[in-house]
Design a protein around this ligand. Structure first.
Ligand SMILES: [Zn+2]
Length: 74
């Protein structure tokens, strides 16, 4: 079997479009998806938040640990 898009013939999985009969490999199938690169932060089993709101994560880390933000002297 061969992917119609990238022509790879070594992929483990192929998918066939039931309407157009196009064969695509797993990589090409996933290529059409939007990916999320959100990083989730946990500390000792406590959910701190994601990098969508890094300030919340930082606040939570300071709540759970003895760290506190250093206010820079201007
Ligand atoms: Zn492909």
């Amino acid at each position: 079997m061969k992917c119609d898009r990238c022509e790879s013939d070594y992929a483990e999985e192929y998918f066939k479009d039931k309407y157009t009969n196009e064969i695509v490999c797993l990589d090409c199938l996933l290529d059409g998806c939007e990916t999320s690169t959100t990083t989730h932060y946990m500390l000792d089993g406590n959910y701190l938040g994601s990098d969508d709101d890094i300030n919340e994560v930082i606040e939570n880390i300071c709540d759970y640990t003895s760290f506190e933000k250093v206010e820079e002297e201007i």
